[in-house]
Write a protein that binds this ligand. Structure first.
Ligand code: MOS
Length: 734
């Protein structure tokens, strides 16, 4: 079967890995054990800036079960990891006495048991010379980086645009630090065998861990195997290779024994990235009839010392609407903070809050329906390149979403809708998510027994990769899903990029497509001059597949089963490799589109108590082809919960003196519970994207983006109060 005949919305097949997960047979990184395995614990800095003046490990060394304590005084010099698709590696650990942030690893302790290691870690005495830490975005002493990734944009004439505007809105929007908190505590097990090493790791990108460790430990990549068949969630925390992974591998090498490290929840707050805080000043001008004529967007966000994570929070202002005069500027301020990293919808998660709030403010000032204003400024072509979209069903998102939600019932005046004593607010936000794809490889095999095995070194961080790839293979090879095994999470498999940036389903799906097509061609080559085969001389374009058979299109009786072909030729199986390369805009003459979405939210507010509840959410999503309705819907509803969390709950609270994170536990770091999560309705609209064979666009992040603005806009509609600072808390509503 060719990709063209795939269903637009794939069946909602149950997760193929679900039975393993619910019976405890799916092994997450910290579920593995080895004979002689020992356990590590970390010691973290308790100041944000300065240096270690003394470190005394004698008590720790003498504690029961302790095997080693490694500090900057005893660690070998380590090269920093490589530049990756996602930027540079975080700085190498234990390289000198400087402290750059609170929570920085200052020692790793290894003991026979995890409890012994943790106890001994508490006995390491560290004395510091404390310097004044840089912890505020507006600290005048901080270094400011200007457009380090060359992503600032300019088009048209901004001054002329504002001069032509009848109405201008301007606001400063702020978002706090948020911390990725996958339920699975991130874990590493390292096991050396001579000069090679096996590593179990909670990573979203096994090949990155392999490449990084190869460079750092000067071991050929062939000597490193990274395993991550199951990962206890990700949200971006597993994209970069973090220093604790290096320390575990280092300790295992020193001891010549397998070492396991499981981060604690508080350590997760300082060791595996976070969504950096931001301050965004957005100014928008429009004509009286609602035509956008100028957008000026300025974003400032934080970055760690000696790190380079970058989130262009203002960029969404340049790509979302048809507006002739636009300027976007991003600045980063270097602070004594733990290294940020991507957290579900990096940059868009913050920028969209500012942009879509500002659009709502503009609609209010114009006296225009916010949906109408957005429709009027729909970008018929990609605003950046001027090229036609490879696909764009945003207008359908608006139309179908509004209908499902009942947007027409909204009375425009703030505070005009009530239910009992509660104020009711309707809010809307749009999302134009950028496309992201990188090369990927897969290998497909068909065995004599008629089963298929396809693999690639990707990860399934809970998103459904195992399941949707199983379905895709089944469709492409004409097999029942029960005869297909898809495997992943092993760096010895063909190269895969990270599960991130909403890009894996596309990159991997198209690699799987290429591998399956090539496999079919192998079969046709085999019977090319086979007088016994009804497929003799057939090309790929002449055949289709179903029920384990290849047959001529339109002639189901002119074909034969894979198993018959293999048996007749005395083969155990056939295999083929496939790769996907990202579609190129210029080559195709079209702008490669990501997902689009429209989010409609109803809130209820108790005006006396300032209590805000989200009552309903409708998400209308153009995600291109949807491989599995159930897992895709779960992606959007999960993202919606993440968006509600960003809008109303999450706020990593940092002590301004010590840099200590004050709420680094699940008891203190607020996230929504079931009672905070309303009915969530998801509609998929649009069609397959025409830039790639499979035509998916990725739905990992579009679900989260827009919720913050839609909720803030609904709050304004309910109360007349404009909240420009996340999270929206009770005190802002009293
Ligand atoms: Mo995500 S932040 O693309 O893992």
């Amino acid at each position: 079967m060719t990709a063209d005949s795939l269903p637009l919305i794939g069946a909602g097949l149950d997760r193929v890995d679900a039975p393993l997960k619910v019976t405890g047979s799916a092994h997450y990184p910290n579920d593995f054990g080895y004979p002689g395995m020992v356990h590590a614990a970390l010691v973290r800095a308790t100041i944000a800036a300065g240096r270690i003046s003394a470190i005394d490990t004698s008590q720790a060394q003498a504690a029961p079960g302790v095997l080693t304590v490694i500090t900057h005084l005893t660690a070998p010099r380590l090269e920093r990891g490589p530049m990756t698709l996602l930027g540079p590696s975080p700085p190498a650990p234990l390289q000198d006495d400087r402290i750059l942030h609170y929570g920085q690893h200052v020692a790793i302790v290894v003991a026979d048991t995890a409890e012994q290691a943790r106890h001994a870690a508490s006995l390491v005495r560290v004395e510091y010379e404390t310097a004044k830490a840089l912890l505020d975005l507006d600290d005048p002493r901080a270094e400011v980086l200007t457009d380090p990734w060359s992503l600032d944009t300019d088009r048209g004439d901004l001054d002329a645009g504002f001069a032509a505007a009848d109405v201008v809105v301007e606001g400063t929007y702020t978002t706090p630090d948020n911390t990725n908190n996958p339920l699975g505590l991130m874990s590493t097990i390292a096991l050396w065998h001579g000069d090679s090493v096996t590593v179990h790791d909670s990573t979203q990108w096994p090949h990155n861990v392999r490449t990084s460790l190869a460079q750092i430990f000067k071991v050929p990549e062939s000597g490193i195997r990274v395993l991550a068949p199951y990962v206890g969630g990700g949200f971006g925390a597993g994209l970069r290779m973090w220093p604790h992974v290096i320390l575990t591998v280092l300790a295992a090498r020193e001891l010549g024994r397998p070492v396991k490290l499981v981060l604690t929840r508080p350590e997760m707050f300082t060791s595996v990235g976070h969504r950096p805080n931001s301050v965004m000043r957005f100014k928008i001008g429009a004509t009286r009839d609602g035509e956008l004529v100028a957008i000026d967007a300025d974003g400032v966000s934080s970055v760690a010392m000696e790190d380079d994570d970058y989130e262009p929070v203002s960029l969404c202002a340049a790509v979302s609407y048809a507006c002739p005069n636009v300027r976007t500027r991003d600045r980063q301020v270097r602070l004594n903070i733990p290294c940020p990293g991507s957290m579900r919808a990096p940059a868009e998660g913050q920028g969209n809050f500012a942009l879509e709030s500002a659009i709502d403010e503009l609609a209010h000032k114009l006296g225009m329906d916010p949906l109408e204003l957005r429709l009027r400024n729909f970008a018929e072509v990609d605003p950046l390149s001027g090229l036609p979209w490879s696909s764009n069903a945003l207008r359908e998102c608006y139309r179908q979403g509004a209908e499902r939600f009942g947007w027409s019932r909204r009375s425009p005046e703030p505070g005009s809708m009530r239910e009992g004593r509660r104020l009711v607010g309707y809010g809307l936000a749009a999302v134009s998510y950028p496309a992201y794809q990188v090369p990927c490889q897969a290998r497909a095999s068909l065995h004599r027994d008629g089963s298929a095995f396809v693999r690639s070194a990707a990860t399934d961080i809970g998103t459904g990769t195992y399941t949707v790839m199983t379905q895709l293979v089944a469709e492409l090879l004409g097999l029942p899903t029960s005869r297909v095994r898809f495997d992943l999470g092993d760096s010895d498999m063909p190269y895969s990029p990270q599960a991130g940036g909403s890009g894996l389903t596309g990159a991997l799906g198209n690699a799987v497509h290429a591998a399956c097509r090539r496999l079919l061609r192998e079969f046709l080559d085999l019977v090319g001059d086979d007088a016994d085969s009804p497929l003799r001389g057939a090309g790929l374009g002449d055949v289709t597949v179903s029920e384990g058979c290849i047959h001529r299109i339109g002639a189901p009786d002119q074909g034969e089963a894979y198993t018959d072909i293999l048996a007749r030729h005395g083969l155990e199986g056939l295999s083929a490799d496939g790769r996907s390369i990202p579609p190129q805009s210029e080559e195709l003459g079209m702008a490669i589109a990501g997902a689009f979405g429209a989010k409609f939210v109803e809130v209820r507010i108790d005006p006396d108590l300032g209590l805000l509840r989200v009552a309903r959410v409708v998400s209308a999503i153009d995600g291109g082809r949807i491989l599995n309705e159930k897992t895709a819907t779960s992606q959007i509803t999960g993202g919606t919960v993440g968006g509600i969390s960003q809008a109303m709950f999450e706020d990593t609270a940092t002590d301004r003196e010590t840099g200590r994170i004050a709420n680094a536990t699940f008891g203190d770091y607020l996230i929504p519970v079931n009672a905070d999560v309303p009915d969530m309705d998801v509609i998929f609209v649009g069609g397959p994207d025409r830039a790639t064979p499979v035509g998916t666009k990725g739905v990992g992040e579009v679900g989260l983006v827009g919720l913050a603005a839609a909720i803030a806009n609904a709050v304004h509609h309910a109360t007349g109060r404009r909240i420009r600072s996340l999270p929206i808390t009770i005190d802002q509503l009293l």
